[in-house]
Each structure stands twice: as C-alpha cells, then as structure tokens.
Write a protein that binds this ligand. Sequence first.
Ligand code: RAM
Length: 342
Amino acid sequence: MKTLLRTLLSALSVAMLLVLAACGGSSSSGSGSSSGSASLNIAFLPKAINNPYFDTAANGAKQAASELKGQFKQVGPTENSAAAQVPFINTLTEQHVSAIVVSANDPNALAPALKRAMQQGIKVVSYDSDVASDARQVFVNQANSEDIGRIEVQILGKLINYSGDIAILSAASTATNQNTWIGYMKDELSKPQYKNMHLVKIAYGNDDDQKSFQETLGLLQAYPNLKGIISPTTVGLAAAARAIESVGKGGKVMLTGLGTPNLMRKYVKDGTCPEFALWNPADLGYLAYYTAAALVEGKITGKPGESFSAGKLGTKTIGPNNVVLLGPPTVFNKDNIDQFNF
Ligand code: RAM
C-alpha cells in the first residue's frame, strides 16, 4: 500500500514538473475577473511583471474590467527586454484576445508582432511606454512627456542649487518612455539657469533592482564629485536611494526621479530623495482598460477628436498622434507623501 502511494506521489510530482516545464517558466500573472463579457477579453503585457508599478496598474485595470464586466489578464516576462515580450504577443494573437495593452521595452522591436495581431482584428493599445505609432491604435500616456522630463531637472536643480555634476540612471536603453523623457531633460538642461549643471553620464539599470543598485554604485565611484542623480524609473529610483545610503552619501548626493510613494517614503523623510514625481499607476491601468474596451466595442476607432467615457475618470478625448492623456504628474515630498498609499 505504502509503495503504491509512493509511486502515485512520485508520478504526480513528475506530472507537475511537466506542467511547469510546459509553461516554460513564462511568468504570467493571474487573471482578474474571469467572468464577464467574452468579447471584452483584454490582456495586459507590461515591460516586465513583478514590478510593483505594473502591479498597481493591473489593479486599476481589474477594477475597470469588473465595472465593464470584461475579462482581464496580465502576462509578461520577468526580464525587461523587447525580445522577451515578443513571444507573449504571439501567444496572445494565437489566443485571439480582443485587445492587447502593452508597455514597450522598445518602440520598433515589438512592431511586427503587434501589426500581425492588428491584422487579425485584435485591438492594440500601448500604455506607459509607447510603440511605433503604426503598431497600435492608441497610446495611453500617463502625463505630458515634456512636463515629466522638465520637472525632474527642475526638482534636481532646486535640490543642488543649480550647480555640479549630475547623472541619470535610466531603465532599458531602448525604453520609449525613458528615452523620450531624457530628451526633454537634456533640452531643459540647455537653458541658461542650468549652465553650471553638467550631465556626466546616463547609466542603464534595465528596471532590475540589483543592476540599478550596482550601476548607481558605479556612478558614485566613477564621479566622486557627483551632486545629483535623476532616475526616471520606479525600480531605478528605489535602488539608487539604497545604493546612495549604503555608501553613506544620503543627503550629499541628491536624488530625484519617478517613484512610488510606498517605495520612496523612507528616503523622502531621511533626505536622500526629498522630492520626486509620478502619476497614479492604478488610474493609468484603469484608463488603458477603458480605452481598449472602447476600441473593442467600436465606440472609437482611435482617431484624434474621438471621445469616450472612461468611468470614474470622466470623458476622455483622443489627441494628436492618437494619444489619450491621463493628466498632470504629482510631485511628492515630506508634506504630502503620507497621503498616498501605492
Ligand atoms: C518603471 C517603468 C515604467 C515607468 C516607471 C516610472 O516602473 O520603467 O515604464 O513608467 O518606472
């Protein structure tokens, strides 16, 4: 009897291993509302999963799905790379979901796969980080890209008295959103009031905590006179704060960028990162779901000037280049950070 049990148990564990192997370690996070309208079968594909920023966005999308009685699922790689995102697009296309909502690690590398999806009638919405404009119907932008880039330089300027060497710690070197923002940072830095601030290096942490931490240590070592760092990524900003403190430079090398209040609260209060910016990622996911749903239901086609209802966010209108804007970013500091919990 015992032997039989043992044989059964080991057969079961082999079967489980086979199932896991068949999943290929592809990390798909669970589906939200499983009931709901079969035609609203909307899949989110973030740059990578296991990033609290995208988890928060997914929570907003789930809320939208339940309001619209649609389905939601999120799939994605564990590593921030366009190459790792492509197979997920292909699988979603084979599954014939009604819409793919994607945050791109590269504007062009995802385009062929997304265009194939669109040819099969699948609606494509980019959110957070855009793809080439002919590879999606609509881009849901979190905030005006120019404002985001300029605000970060303005905050750092204030923190370091407009003087000294500065560096940027970005995400993937091909990320559409970070590269757009960095373009505006450079433009802001070219204004006369920043003439004594010098951008010495842009480092890339790939939205990977450990790599971002190491890259920050590298910056601190290579540029001992560094006065400030801008990290326009939630993963990079938190890792940079930890790295700065690990070498006792908290408050000496000023840090700002884009972060989530929950990850940055400690560093705002102890002075390592006195001020940073972000939008509400949950609202971004919510708006992206409503946009995809409006496309699937034929309420919009994605052309500038079309309007649709985005639930609690009110009526939204598609702007130039088929972009829907969430709203202005929020600046967080010690005076307001405790009012936020995400
Ligand atoms: C990271 C990602 C994301 C970006 C935020 C600010 O989580 O790079 O794309 O929008 O930071």
